[in-house]
Design a protein around this ligand. Structure first.
Ligand code: SF4
Length: 349
C-alpha cells in the first residue's frame, strides 16, 4: 500500500548559507515558520482522516534540518514519538545539507524515528559547488551518504543539472557517483533562475546561461535512464509547481509544471521514433500507469508520429512492465524497453 506523506515546509530555517540559486521561501511557497507541536499534531490528524488505511510518514522539507538548534529539532520530533510508538506514523523524513551530518547526530535522529534523510548534493564537482556558493565539497556528500547508510537510514540525493560551471557530462558523473556511493533514491532538479537570487543577477548580466527546457529534457532523460539501469528510483524530476513557483517567479531555466512527465514521454517518443518505421499503422500496448507518458501531454507523441505518417493507437495492457511497450503491426509484435533498447550519447545534449 502506498505511503501518505504529511509535509511540513520549514523553508530556509536552520540554513546559514545562501546558495546562488536558492530562494527557499519561493520554492516551497511556505513562509518558513517552525510549526508548533499543536500544529504538527492537528495537521497529521487531518491527513490521517483522509488517508484511510494507508501508512503515514511525516516529512520536514526545505531548510537544513540538522543545522537547526538541537532544541528546535527535538521540538519538531518530540510530538511524533507517541504516534511512532503506536504505529500511527511509520517513519520520519528530513532534508539537509551534506556538511551538517555526523555519526552522533544521525544516531540520535534514528532514535527519534527518522528513517530517511535527503541530502542536497546538487553536484559532485568541486568547481560547480564553488561557483554555486554551496560552501561544501563533493567529499562531504560522499561521506554523508556513507555515514547515513552505516546506521541503516535510507538516503536520498538531490542533484541539480545545469548549475554554474556544470556540463551534461559533469551532471552525469555526479549521478554516477551518488549511485556508486549508495543513494537509495534520487531527485533531479534542473537549475532554474528564480527572481531575486544571485543567479538571476548573473543571468541578467549574461554571465550565466541556464539549460533551456529542451536541453534540460534531453539531459534529464539520459540521467533518468542511467538511474533506471542502476535500479535506483528517481522519485521526482523538476521543482513542484505550487503557489510560490510560477512563470512569474521562474525567470529562466528548465522548468515546467509537468517536467517529469515530459522527460518520461521523451523516452517513449525516442523508442517509437527508433523502432517504428514511417508511414504505417501500429498499435502500441503499454502498462496503464504509463499511458499518459506514451501518449504525451496533449497527445504530443501521437501528433509527432502523425508527422512521420505513423498512425499510432495506444492500448493498456497490465501484463506489460512499466518500462516497456509492445508494438504490433500487421501480425508482428515486438517489445521494446526504454531502459535497454536506446543508447544515448551525452554529447547529444
Ligand atoms: S543550503 Fe539549501 S536552503 Fe540553504 S541556501 Fe542552499 S539550497 Fe537554500
Amino acid at each position: 500500500m502506498k505511503t501518505v506523506t504529511v509535509p511540513f515546509f520549514i523553508s530556509h530555517q536552520g540554513c546559514p548559507h545562501t546558495c546562488v540559486f536558492c530562494d527557499q521561501r519561493r520554492i516551497s511557497g511556505a513562509d518558513g515558520e517552525i510549526p508548533s507541536a499543536g500544529e504538527i499534531l492537528s495537521k497529521i490528524d487531518v491527513w490521517r482522516s483522509k488517508s484511510g488505511a494507508r501508512p503515514l510518514d511525516v516529512a520536514f522539507f526545505g531548510g537544513t534540518f540538522t543545522a537547526l538548534s538541537h532544541n528546535i529539532q527535538a521540538e519538531l520530533l518530540q510530538p511524533l514519538q507517541p504516534l511512532l510508538a503506536r504505529g500511527t506514523l511509520r517513519s520520519v523524513r528530513i532534508s539537509t545539507r551534506p556538511d551538517y551530518i555526523d555519526e552522533k547526530h544521525v544516531a540520535w535522529l534514528t532514535e527519534m524515528g527518522v528513517g530517511t534523510i535527503e541530502l542536497g548534493v546538487q553536484s559532485l564537482d568541486d568547481e560547480v559547488l564553488a561557483a554555486s556558493g554551496r560552501g561544501h565539497l563533493a567529499v562531504d556528500s560522499l561521506e554523508a551518504i556513507q555515514c547515513i547508510k552505516k546506521v541503516g537510514v535510507k538516503v536520498g540525493a538531490q542533484i541539480m543539472p545545469g548549475l554554474p560551471g556544470d556540463s551534461p557530462l559533469t551532471s552525469l558523473e555526479s549521478l554516477d557517483k551518488v549511485i556508486s556511493a549508495g543513494a537509495d533514491f534520487i531527485r533531479i532538479y534542473p537549475t532554474v533562475v528564480l527572481k531575486g537570487t544571485e543567479l538571476a543577477q548573473r543571468y541578467v548580466k549574461s554571465v550565466f546561461s541556464p539549460l533551456t527546457l529542451e536541453r534540460g529534457i534531453n539531459l534529464c532523460k539520459i540521467l533518468l535512464q542511467r538511474a533506471m539501469r542502476a535500479g535506483i528510483p528517481v522519485i521526482r524530476i523538476g521543482l513542484q509547481a505550487d503557489e510560490g513557483l510560477s512563470s512569474e517567479t521562474v525567470i529562466a531555466g528548465c522548468w515546467h509544471p509537468a517536467l517529469g512527465q515530459l522527460v518520461r514521454s521523451q523516452l517513449y517518443a525516442d523508442l517509437i521514433d527508433r523502432f517504428v518505421a514511417p508511414e504505417q499503422s501500429v498499435t502500441v500496448y503499454c502498462n496503464p500507469a504509463r499511458h499518459s507518458d506514451v501518449v504525451g501531454i496533449k497527445q504530443s507523441n501521437i501528433l509527432k508520429q502523425a508527422e512521420r505518417g505513423v498512425r499510432m493507437h495506444v492500448v493498456h495492457d497490465s501484463s506489460i512492465v512499466k518500462e516497456e511497450i509492445k508494438v504490433t503491426n500487421e501480425g508482428s509484435s515486438t517489445k521494446y524497453s526504454i531502459i535497454n533498447d536506446i543508447n544515448y550519447s551525452i554529447s547529444e545534449v
